[in-house]
Design a binder for this molecule. Sequence first.
Ligand SMILES: NC(=O)c1ccc[n+]([C@@H]2O[C@H](COP(=O)([O-])OP(=O)(O)OC[C@H]3O[C@@H](n4cnc5c(N)ncnc54)[C@H](OP(=O)(O)O)[C@@H]3O)[C@@H](O)[C@H]2O)c1
Length: 260
Amino acid sequence: MARIFITGSSDGLGLRSARTLAQRGHDVYLHARNNQRAQDARTACPEAKDVFVADLTSTEETKSLATQLNQTGPWDAIVHNAGLMNGVSHLKGKEGLPALFAVNTLAPYILSSLVDPPPKRLVFVSSGMHHGGDASLRNIQEAGYSDTKLHNVLLAFWFARKFGDRGVLSNALNPGWVATKMGGSNAPDNLDAAVDTYVLLAEGSGAAEGKTGGFWYQTRARTSKGPGRETSYEKSAEDEARQNKLVEILARISDVKPPQ
Ligand SMILES: NC(=O)c1ccc[n+]([C@@H]2O[C@H](COP(=O)([O-])OP(=O)(O)OC[C@H]3O[C@@H](n4cnc5c(N)ncnc54)[C@H](OP(=O)(O)O)[C@@H]3O)[C@@H](O)[C@H]2O)c1
């Protein structure tokens, strides 16, 4: 049995994965942006152990979430799932940071850096759209969705290197285009297979056992090898200098030092 925390688990893939992981006997902790959404999450997943509240558009609330996680840990897995996509270009968090950048890029960096000891497994939820991301890392706070999803892969690979000698497994995941609030009702890919891939990486089981620094995608057909497989990703994400540069920028913006 593992202790697993999933960001953005009041809805969509985070909630569905939380339910499945709880049904599989794990201690699952949810996360929601405010008290109302926390109550919604509790109702939707009553098997969960608890719900943490933090609006990830706020770096202060994200840091405070890390403190709460440290009081409840150590963690077997943290899944960086919370994400924003459409209609948020005008939105800013409480400290004035663009919401898309704060939720999709900065929050996973802050939590992965401040949760101590690091979880045994880190999962960064990216997207196929990371292929269109801007690898230059210029004007990072103005990043669009694709840019932030490339950041997620860069972070997964940076933390795989950083924590490798401590046995931490860090991977990125593309759930496919699936029917959630974000994906829309006409999304063509298999939602259950996406959830199965979250489960695989959160448990570190099946094809994901012992694997780090990978980019994972669902398989539609469930084979004896399990529901997920490693797949190709944008090669610029392998560039260690680029990974380092991203972490330096995020450290400066958040005032959170990267783990040593
Ligand atoms: N669905 C797809 O086709 C697809 C494809 C590729 C990648 N992804 C990735 O998969 C992940 C999950 O997406 P989804 O499809 O499940 O989206 P979703 O249904 O919109 O769920 C997103 C979750 O993130 C939470 N969230 C958003 N902003 C937050 C904030 N400021 N503070 C705290 N929580 C916040 C949402 O809370 P509320 O419920 O309160 O809004 C919700 O629980 C994302 O990282 C997304 O980029 C999805």
